[in-house]
Design a protein around this ligand. Structure first.
Ligand SMILES: [Zn+2]
Ligand SMILES: [Zn+2]
Length: 170
């Protein structure tokens, strides 16, 4: 199922680039393809390692240039706070304000967009005479699974180390 979605995504990216008259080079496409296979956010260096399977001569600037292009086209987002990149699920819309919910435990990123955020930010920007181009809200915390895992772990700790747990609590 994932493979089909990813293939669809790449076809869509190609189509959008043709419409916008920008060049989606094989290298840029390969970086996008690699990104579409990631279950969570990925760093530029991890991407470089993956890219080297097909392009052994690839250097950091190769990846950064490709990433910049993909960001410009609205295909991916850069997560400033973790210095990593994530595929955008809202492909066709290059300008959108998104809230990225970043799990600090498993690094999973959940992107949500809503009109409200954009309206609020625009209003705040207007108050200080700021012309807003793009904004990304980065929120840190735990995803649903990790909340459960953490609850399980603390219970597990309690059963295994009742004394240290009790000391910690006091
Ligand atoms: Zn997005
Ligand atoms: Zn998580």
């Amino acid at each position: 199922m994932y493979a089909a979605i990813n293939k669809n995504l790449l076809v869509q990216a190609k189509k959008l680039c043709r419409q916008r008259n920008v060049r989606l080079t094989p290298q840029r496409l390969e970086v996008l393809r690699l990104m579409s296979q990631q279950p969570s956010a990925i760093s530029a260096y991890a991407l470089l390692d993956l890219l080297r399977f097909t392009e052994p001569q690839a250097k950091p600037p190769t990846v950064y240039r490709a990433l910049d292009f993909l960001i410009e086209q609205g295909f991916i987002h850069r997560i400033e706070s973790t210095n990593s990149y994530i595929l955008c699920p809202h492909f066709g819309t290059p300008m959108h304000t998104s809230a990225l919910f970043i799990c600090d435990r498993c690094k999973q990123v959940n992107e949500r967009t809503t009109k409200g955020v954009e309206t609020t930010l625009k209003k705040l920007a207007a108050e200080v005479g700021f012309s807003l181009r793009q904004s990304v809200v980065e929120a840190h915390g735990l995803c649903t699974e990790c909340v459960e895992r953490e609850a399980y772990d603390s219970q597990h700790d309690y059963l295994e180390y009742p004394y240290s747990f009790r000391i910690k609590r006091e």
